[in-house]
Design a protein around this ligand. Sequence first.
Ligand SMILES: *Cc1c(COP(=O)(O)O)cnc(C)c1O
Length: 377
Amino acid sequence: MSDRPFVRPEVAAAKPYVPGLSIEEIQAKYGLSRVVKLASNENPLGVSPVVRDVLARKAGLAFRYPQLGYPKLRAAAARALGVAQEQVVAGNGSDEIIDLLIRTLCRPGQDVVMTARPCFSVYCSQARLCGVELRQLDLNPDFSLPLEAMLAQARELGDRLALVFVTTPDNPSGAAMPAERLLEFARALPSRTVLAIDEAYVHFVDDPACASLLSRLTELGDLTQRLVFIRTFSKAYGLAGLRLGLGILAPWLAEAMLRVQIPFSVNLLAEEAGIAALGDEVHLAETLRVTLEGRQLLQRELAALGCRVWPSQANFVMFQPPMPAKEVHEGLLRRGVIARPLASYGLTDNMRVSVGRDDENREFLSALAAVLREGAK
Ligand SMILES: *Cc1c(COP(=O)(O)O)cnc(C)c1O
């Protein structure tokens, strides 16, 4: 008999999420006082002073339940993004938006979720937990989406294809998709299929051809009924620890998802912080300046160190070091730098480094140079 006799088979088969290593773990393990964490694509500038101030002022309200359906946040997000309040859903991180989409749209044992391989693991874990079939198609060698293969499967599946997830810019490659190609793909999907575009890193895009389709909703007509944009406060807005994400989608879908959502999963302080963050253009602009400058520095210097470097439109860079990634990862840890090995994505040769502040980027680069020198001996 199984050692989990009363657990649903989907749950018994589930693998736990693998997060980046924490600063505390590495300090304890290697006896270090200073650790630079460039593993989880967090905002290197931290929480904006404006948001900090709001959190301090609102802390005393934490004994109250939030307003059901977070109407103030929905209104603020709608205003900031140029959509109607009825088109906005918020979640406990965008992870909850992903989970809600699957639970709202997909019939277990009947419908299919399609995505790429490798991809952000939450699409897969939540589909599996819900008992929904998952079709993963390998990315092209340049990490672009295999659009033709996806459409061929989509035609075969027809109405059974409930949901497609695409990530642009993608994690972990940093590749972004041209908006025109994405639009063409969306139009070619079956008429029942919802296309969810995960734009966790969209703020960092500087290629105008890859800008979000969100600003063009009015020209998209009926297609808007089955397009979803997923945004997060964890990256550009620097609020990963508060857990806040957004879905921008058709009112019929927002209304359905709000029925599925646990009441109050967006907490009162997250709601207040989110509203403040949306209004704080100064912190966002500074974040973008630091990130785009740092991204350029990392790409240039990684190449100079003999790494293969992939183009990135995100706040991280994927690279292949000229010696085994596992050894490089461990060498960096010993020197107090946490980067992300990509074995859990099936990319054993590659690593991902988040763009940090200038001092952090330089510390990472000199630690990497030392690791490579040592390895060459
Ligand atoms: C970081 C990330 C998110 C954000 O998740 P949250 O739950 O909002 O913290 C979503 N999608 C991708 C692809 C990411 O890399």
